[in-house]
Design a protein around this ligand. Structure first.
Ligand code: FES
Length: 251
């Protein structure tokens, strides 16, 4: 919680941790989180029930979310859902009897150029044909994708151990930065009356050359090991990168 400006700011990351531990958010966990963050259990429940990345009922070891939004729909998403229901022997929004798979429809997974697409435990696959789906299910059941698809609830296998920039007071501003408006016309983070921060006129290439910004195209993301505790042999898995309206963010 020390990573955040105030305890309640840790609510969503802590909910993700609880879900990673138990597979879903138990009532006990939500009550405990409320005590931990000094907020009511109702506030915890209100957040947990608002975001559809959080589950308050048990889900399968593999959560399969098939996008049925426009791009995927016109590329056969509903046919894929029908096929998935037959293959798994369940309807959408239910779980197989052996607890292996939960199937759900989802709205825009932000992988529209690979329609129709799906995620398994927030990892992306697309475009997916019926045959691809059957192979995917076989591979998941046999554990052949364990390196790529971690257990349900695992968002990110790299843990952040340093605080947010919000803990640093903005230039020219005294006290708690959260108590004053962040945006006042002089740009994000500028205090009223304070001089605007200097504009960085360097090109992205120049910043890359000076080691201040990773190259965007074709670059392998670098993990700052001084700021991250790497869990598991995969190490550099940074979790999902998109998720529409879902509650996201690493923990
Ligand atoms: S419409 Fe399916 S990912 Fe966007």
């Amino acid at each position: 919680m020390a990573l955040y400006p105030r305890p309640r700011s840790a609510l969503i990351p802590v909910l993700h941790l609880a879900q990673e531990q138990d597979g879903y958010l138990t009532e006990d966990a939500m009550v405990h989180i409320g005590e931990l963050l000094d907020i009511t259990a109702a506030e915890v429940y209100g957040t947990a029930s608002f975001y559809d990345m959080f589950f308050r009922e048990p889900v399968g070891r593999h959560l399969i979310s098939i996008c049925t939004n426009v791009a995927c729909m016109i590329n056969g998403a509903y046919e894929l859902v029908d096929h998935a229901e037959k293959t798994l022997g369940i309807k959408a929004d239910t779980t197989t009897a052996d607890g292996e798979f939960t199937l759900e429809e989802f709205e825009c997974l932000a992988l529209c150029d690979k329609a129709p697409c799906l995620t398994v435990n927030w990892r992306f696959f697309g475009p997916v044909t019926n045959q691809d789906f059957d192979r995917l299910v076989d591979d998941l059941r046999a554990g052949r994708l364990a390196d790529v698809v971690p257990p349900h609830g695992t968002l990110c296998r790299v843990r952040r151990t340093v605080g947010l920039p919000a803990q640093v007071p903005f230039p020219g501003r005294e006290g708690d930065p959260m108590k004053k408006p962040v945006r006042d016309g002089d740009g994000v983070g500028a205090a009223a009356g304070a001089p605007a921060p200097p504009v960085d006129k360097r090109t992205p290439g120049e910043r890359v050359a000076e080691g201040q910004q990773p190259a965007r195209e074709g670059a392998v993301p670098q993990v700052d090991e001084s700021a991250a505790q790497i869990l598991g042999p995969e190490g550099t898995d940074t979790g999902p990168t998109a998720g529409g309206s879902r509650a996201g963010g690493g923990t």
